[in-house]
Design a protein around this ligand. Structure first.
Ligand SMILES: *Cc1c(COP(=O)(O)O)cnc(C)c1O
Length: 399
């Protein structure tokens, strides 16, 4: 049998410490490795496979589109991207859309749009305020936007024009705002930073501040958007309307795509201001349309909200049982479990042995982000695997 992991180490730049598991197939909430072993998937392609693996609606849309038209370039009109744009606009508070291919690219575009806005309407303001512990992607500019030194240090100097301030602290945003500020960019809930939830009124206060100063509020909904938090968009959870949102991860259930959407007043791009070769290609847009349509028609966001509550309740039960679980937090199906010591890797391995994929989001925390189509029965199964894994690494079991 081919040793794929050895081949990988021979040919790849070593940018990731992979989990020693070679996956070959997926269906719904499950994936299989090269030895035919089955795993419950609570990583879901990094919060990407919103409808699970190989959902029939996505298979059908992609299959039909791949044999009809894959790519044309954006000089021409194509159907799937227009249908997708209409679907997203009609179901959000935004009015106009731009399609690209990834999350980082969506954020780059959103920041360019905010700078364009600053040039035209705010006397050339260009600075964007972002939060510490945020994550906005791996391009150079998004590395500057991402408020985590560990991502920035190796690449100094970074592009100028970003100010990182403490998350969930409105005063920090206020004191960082100046003549040069054109926008504030935040995640409704910080995903990569460890599933950090802001206070309920934080985003409202940020919205009010942006209105008062005439600057734009960009929400990076790459992880929180498309149903993950229990509503189609994360901003709905906080009772505010952003000026710009960015999307990617769950948008096409696994096919690469990114997008940013803006209110009419912020849609200031003119022909030539921005572009993409692959962005909005018919194949990706057909997958995204099928995904979003299915999520809306079958209230999959509602399911994520309900099952998410059930999951959190179950995890709270585990927290009562294992006193080294210090916190259970999350919303919808974006959930983290934090521990009093750095047992994340040990636990991940124990979960794998139990037949479940999880993400070690911090040395002392696991993140759970299963497909949004998951049901209570699979959650029960996951809780059972976690219980065993926690027992196996458990230092002190209280009850
Ligand atoms: C994953 C993520 C990104 C980056 O997306 P890529 O597709 O990896 O470029 C940006 N912002 C948030 C909030 C994310 O979770």
């Amino acid at each position: 049998m081919t040793n794929w992991q050895e081949l990988e180490s021979k040919y790849f730049m070593h940018t990731v410490n992979r989990v020693p598991l070679t996956l070959v197939r997926g269906k719904g909430t499950r994936v299989w490795d090269e030895n035919g072993r089955e795993y419950l998937d609570f990583v879901a392609g990094w919060a990407v496979n919103s409808l699970g693996h190989c959902h029939p609606a996505v298979i059908q849309a992609v299959t039909e589109q791949v044999s009809t038209l894959i790519q044309t370039s954006n000089q021409f009109y194509t159907l799937p991207q227009i249908q997708l744009a209409e679907l997203l606009v009609k179901n959000s508070c935004l009015n106009k859309v731009f399609f690209c291919n990834s999350g980082a690219e969506a954020n780059e575009g959103a920041v360019k749009l905010a700078r364009r806005y600053g040039k035209l309407k705010l006397n050339g303001a260009y600075e964007v305020i972002t939060a510490t512990n945020s994550f906005h992607g791996r391009t150079l500019a998004m590395t500057a936007a991402t408020g985590q030194a560990k991502f920035q240090q190796a690449y100094l100097p970074l592009p100028a024009g970003f100010v990182n301030v403490e998350y969930n602290n409105i005063e920090a945003i206020k004191s960082a705002t100046g003549d040069k500020t054109c926008a504030v960019m935040l995640e409704p809930i910080q995903g990569e930073g460890g599933v950090n939830l802001p206070d309920d009124n934080y985003l409202k206060e940020v919205r009010d501040w942006c209105d008062q100063k005439g600057i734009l509020l960009i929400l990076d909904e790459i992880q929180t958007g498309i149903g993950r938090l229990g509503t189609l968009f994360g901003y709905e959870q906080y009772g505010i309307e952003p000026d710009i949102i960015t999307l990617a991860k769950g948008l096409a259930s696994g096919v690469p795509i990114g997008a940013f959407l803006a209110k009419d007043r912020a849609s200031v791009f003119a022909p030539g201001d921005h572009g993409s070769t692959f962005g909005g290609n018919p194949l990706a847009c057909a997958a995204a349309y099928a995904t979003v349509k299915y999520i809306i028609d079958h209230n999959i966001a509602g399911n994520a909200g309900k099952v998410g509550q059930y999951l959190i309740k179950g995890l709270e039960g585990l927290k009562r049982k294992f006193n080294f679980i210090t916190e259970v937090r999350g919303r919808g199906l974006l959930v983290a479990l934090e521990f009093s010591s750095d047992i994340g890797t040990e636990l991940l391995t124990a979960c794998l042995e139990g037949g479940m994929l999880v993400n070690r989001v911090k040395p002392n925390a696991l993140r759970l982000m299963p497909p949004l189509t998951i049901g209570n029965k699979e959650v029960d199964e996951a809780l059972g695997i976690l219980d065993k894994a926690l027992s196996s690494v458990g230092k002190e079991v209280v009850k």
